[in-house]
Ligand binder design. Structure first.
Ligand SMILES: Nc1ncnc2c1ncn2[C@@H]1O[C@H](COP(=O)(O)OP(=O)(O)OP(=O)(O)O)[C@@H](O)[C@H]1O
Ligand SMILES: [Mg+2]
Length: 254
């Protein structure tokens, strides 16, 4: 069961690729959990989640009573006593939403602390990510922001593939170089690129020339269908068959 982390510069298409690959794996009969680990994330929308279901999908980091119940400390407190190994194994099933055969879970973010913060919110998120990566026999996709947040030396080894989404442009390729460095630092073994919004082979050539020296798994073509899906709040895999076909190939290569 593959465990994939998807990252890249803002707006390159991380959420789009996460939704597409989740749909592909679910279609192949796998038990899939897609995790929104981007603080500003809206993975639910890419799955075409209704406003009601999307509202149900609350970020774990903002569940104050859950954090208190599991860690023994009030969120927002720093430096007090709290459990570093809170119970988390029931959280993925209890607090996720199911859509099109994929379970969606939203992590949220810890305000004003960053992942280094010694606070109960972080203890819970860290334990949850560790549980998801190490102890669940499920296909897992982590939609992350540009970086390696939520992963550390203990969990990086459990990630089968770290996928950096890039556009054919110098800015996202510069970010990809930085992310590659961070990922290698924490011990991620397999790092790949996926191109998005490409207009033809010349764009893939541009990425090979200017991007980090990493295998290119495939490319998602630029398509107005993706733009309309985002405008309509519709699932990208329903609206853009050409992207779904490209994602099938990427999954095969993975
Ligand atoms: N192949 C594509 N063709 C055209 N538009 C696309 C394509 N892929 C993504 N987009 C559009 O680009 C925008 C950003 O995509 P997406 O939300 O997947 O990126 P992201 O990396 O998750 O962004 P963020 O950093 O804000 O989370 C969306 O409006 C999406 O519809
Ligand atoms: Mg996103």
């Amino acid at each position: 069961m593959p465990k994939l982390a998807i990252t890249g510069k803002g707006g390159v298409g991380k959420t789009t690729l996460t939704a597409l690959l989740s749909h592909v794996y679910a279609g192949r009969g796998q038990d899939v959990i897609a995790i929104d680990a981007d603080p500003a994330g809206n993975l639910g929308l890419a799955f075409g989640l209704s406003a009601e279901l999307d509202a149900e999908l609350k970020p774990i980091a903002e569940m104050e009573s859950l954090i208190y119940e599991r860690t023994g400390a009030q969120p927002g407190t720093v430096g007090g006593w709290f459990k570093l190994n809170p119970k988390v194994d029931d959280i993925p099933d209890t607090f996720s939403v199911r859509q099109n055969g994929v379970r969606l879970l939203r992590l949220g973010t810890v305000r004003g602390g960053g992942t280094g913060c010694l606070c109960p919110e972080n203890a819970l998120l860290k334990a949850l990510v560790t549980h998801l990566l190490l102890y669940r026999n499920q296909t897992l996709l982590l939609d992350m922001e540009a970086g390696v947040e939520h992963l550390g030396r203990g969990t990086a080894g459990a990630v089968d593939a770290f996928v950096i989404v890039v556009e054919p442009g110098l800015r996202s390729l510069g970010t990809a170089h930085q992310i590659q460095g961070l990922a290698q630092e924490i011990g991620v073994k397999n790092i790949y690129l996926v191109a998005n919004k490409t207009r033809g082979p010349q764009d893939e050539e541009f990425i090979r020339e200017h991007g980090p020296d990493l295998p290119l798994l495939g490319s998602l073509p630029f398509t107005l269908a993706a733009v309309s899906a985002d405008q309509d709040g519709a699932a990208v895999f329903d609206q853009a068959p050409e992207l779904l076909a490209a994602a099938e190939e990427i999954a095969n290569r993975l």
